[in-house]
Design a binder for this molecule. Structure first.
Ligand code: AMP
Ligand code: MG
Length: 506
């Protein structure tokens, strides 16, 4: 195993204290290989706070020796880099062999909270899974993933995190020639629905069992003590996904590429490609330039997740059948588990939207009240984020209604709803001013609006000006704060600024 000390650095080598469990799995789970060095790495950004949470020293990481590791030019002490094998359904078509075509898992660290996290480099060079790809990442998508994943984390959504972004000093060739970058991602794990599919497609039941046992130990330890551990595991993944997708829906988030290889069994949002937050509310919104048919539109996300979970259940079928005693019983077990998805998703979504409109108690008709607002927003192209945020002020003071109603093409559509809403709010035990405070904790003021993300990327790519990126990362890291004079960040794009499609940019 190659472990080389970083050179040309300060007195201390960078210490990750890697603790590796995935590398102990059988060799057919991955390919061992080191990242490919890049020409002239420069640190764009290090996430100091996250580094500390992980028990890492941010100063060491930002030192020349640290940047060498974050660029893939040096292998950190104790690291056993590998590329993971997985398969996946891409837009409904099964690809038996995908795998990490441009990432290296460096190792796992135990964070200060005791949890285990993967540290992975993305854009770190070709691997045996690269197919025709170059193994690299363009700077734009790296900065997008940095911004959006940190925004999700700040809003309390389970997600992979951004530890660092480094520019490589090398061009990458996409639709045009763009600067390259390496992204350091932190994840609870990188086990995907597609990882199970990879072994299922080969009929390798032993590997499915090893992987399931690994995932249970790491993410669902309570399942191990169940009489049917694999059913309990499937139930757990389904629950977490139901709640995750509900959170996306509550924030107007559109993932963009919900292929089975981009769904993590840990329940984290993963693989931010052409993702974005919707502005004018329209359930049919699609951003991805490659999603011609709207498979992964905003309103299809819950359906896409269920479809993916069905693929997971299929892959687990041999285990479910063994523990259930027969083929039929195993199939029934899988179907029972899948049937629990929709009620869990609906409950999470309903409760979430009720909180967004200030309802702390539950009464009949609350779901319809929220649905009616969304319907009026859709018909009047109201900005999703601003409507809910300004509604907080309106809960405290009806005089603030004028700000909300101005977001609707026909403001009277809001007025009619507000009458019913106010009469419902009066049934709440808390006064409006306190309800407004609770609403401000679930209705962000600051999301990474797509035109701002685009502007930050352009400044970085064209002028090596990272200030707009820095500024945006700072703003989205405190999404619920009340800050004045921030209209530039809270306002929707003007027609000229609007970004209609977000390219995968892989
Ligand atoms: P993604 O669209 O990023 O989820 O990637 C889908 C698959 O394509 C994964 O197997 C990636 O590793 C692979 N891939 C994406 N971009 C590249 C690239 N530039 N070079 C090699 N493989 C890639
Ligand atoms: Mg992916």
């Amino acid at each position: 195993m190659s472990t080389s000390k970083a050179h040309g650095a300060g007195p201390q080598p960078v210490q990750f204290h890697f603790d590796y469990s995935y590398a102990r799995l059988p060799e057919r789970f991955y390919a061992r290989l080191n990242p490919t060095p890049v020409a002239a790495p420069k640190l764009i950004k290090l996430n100091d706070g996250l580094a500390r949470e992980l028990g890492l020293d941010p100063d060491q990481l930002a030192s020349p020796a640290g940047v060498q590791i974050l660029a893939g030019n040096q292998v950190a002490e104790g690291s056993e880099p590998l590329a993971q094998a997985y398969a996946g359904h891409q837009f409904g078509h099964f690809v038996p062999m995908l795998g990490d075509g441009r990432t290296n898992l460096l190792g796992e660290v135990i964070a200060r909270n005791g949890a285990r996290y993967d540290i992975q480099l993305k854009g770190s060079g070709p691997t045996p899974f690269s197919r025709r790809g170059d193994g690299r990442a363009a700077m734009g998508p790296v900065l997008r993933e940095y911004i959006v994943s940190e925004a999700m984390a700040a809003m309390g959504v389970p997600t992979t995190r951004a530890l660092a972004a480094v520019s490589t000093g090398q061009p990458v060739y996409r639709e045009s020639v763009v600067p390259g970058a390496v992204f350091t991602r932190v994840a609870a794990s990188h086990i995907r629905v597609g990882t199970f599919q990879y072994f299922a497609a080969k009929g390798d039941v032993e590997a499915i069992r090893i992987l399931a046992d690994f995932a249970i130990a790491r993410h669902y330890p309570e399942a191990a003590t169940s009489t049917k551990p694999y059913r309990a595991f499937l139930d757990g993944v389904i629950s977490r996904q139901a709640r995750l997708i509900a959170q996306w829906m509550m924030l107007g988030f559109i993932h963009g590429v919900m292929n089975t290889d981009n769904m993590s069994v840990s329940g984290e949002t993963i693989d931010f490609g052409p993702c974005a937050f919707m502005e004018a509310y329209d359930p049919a919104t699609v951003f991805s330039s490659i999603d011609q048919r709207g498979r992964y539109s905003y309103s299809n996300q819950p359906i896409a997740a269920h479809w993916n979970l069905t693929r997971l259940a299929e892959a687990l079928l041999p285990l479910l059948q063994q523990e259930s005693g027969s083929e039929e019983a195993g199939l029934a077990s899988a179907n029972e588990a899948l049937a629990a998805y929709e009620p869990q998703f609906d409950a999470a979504r309903q409760a979430g939207f009720a909180r967004k409109i200030g309802l702390q108690t539950q009464l009949d008709g609350d779901g319809a009240l929220a649905a009616d607002l969304l319907d009026r927003m859709a018909r009047n192209a109201a900005d999703f984020t601003l409507t809910f945020r300004l509604l907080c002020d309106a809960a405290a003071d009806p005089a603030a209604d004028r700000h909300v109603r101005s977001l609707f093409a026909d403001p009277s559509a809001y007025d009619a709803w507000a009458v019913v809403w106010r009469s419902r709010l009066r049934l709440e035990p808390l006064p409006g001013s306190l309800l407004a405070d609770t609403m401000r904790k679930v209705n962000p003021a600051f999301i990474p609006r797509n035109h701002l993300v685009q502007a930050a990327i352009e400044a970085a790519e064209l002028r090596e000006d990272y200030r707009p990126f820095e500024e945006l990362v700072d703003v989205i890291s405190r999404p619920f704060e009340v800050r004045l004079g921030m209209d530039r960040f809270t306002s929707p794009a003007t027609p000229a600024e609007r970004v209609l499609h977000t390219f995968c940019g892989t």
